[in-house]
Design a binder for this molecule. Structure first.
Ligand SMILES: [Fe+2]
Ligand SMILES: [Fe+2]
Length: 136
């Protein structure tokens, strides 16, 4: 069963953003599947790499859209994105040094919580501003 099910509750109504968020859910589910089906640490690391790539790309795209509409909350939003990427980079460095020293399942659960909270609390704040500027 998927760890994180897409639901209309998560929709911003901006199609390109929703598409990228959906991809993040898929990537996170793939990572969780690899962990729970007991795949090798190398394979789990690959799914984490893919998730981090999707996340970094999404953050870049989202911030570019916010910059394009001169969204006043962009610095705060950027800081949240950067903080997460730094936390995950630290985790990956620890994992690479000693895969037994980390709990990948715990990381997956942390990421689920982070993504759900971030979409609901931070991303939802820019919708009105984007729609007012005609972004769909
Ligand atoms: Fe965001
Ligand atoms: Fe987002």
């Amino acid at each position: 069963m998927a760890l994180l099910e897409w639901d209309e509750w998560y929709e911003t109504g901006i199609l390109s953003i929703d598409h990228e968020h959906h991809n993040l859910f898929d990537a996170l589910n793939r990572m969780h599947d690899a962990i729970s089906s007991g795949e090798s640490q190398a394979r789990v690391r690959q799914t984490l790499d893919f998730l981090v790539d999707c996340t970094a790309t999404h953050f870049r795209d989202e911030e570019a859209r916010l910059a394009a509409i001169s969204f006043p909350g962009l610095p705060e939003h950027h800081a949240e994105h950067t903080k997460l990427l730094n936390q995950v980079a630290e985790f990956m460095a620890t994992f690479d040094a000693d895969p037994t020293a980390v709990n990948a399942n715990k990381l997956a659960l942390f990421l689920v919580e982070w993504i759900v909270r971030h979409i609901n609390e931070m991303d939802m704040r820019y919708i009105a501003a984007m729609k007012a500027k005609g972004v769909t």
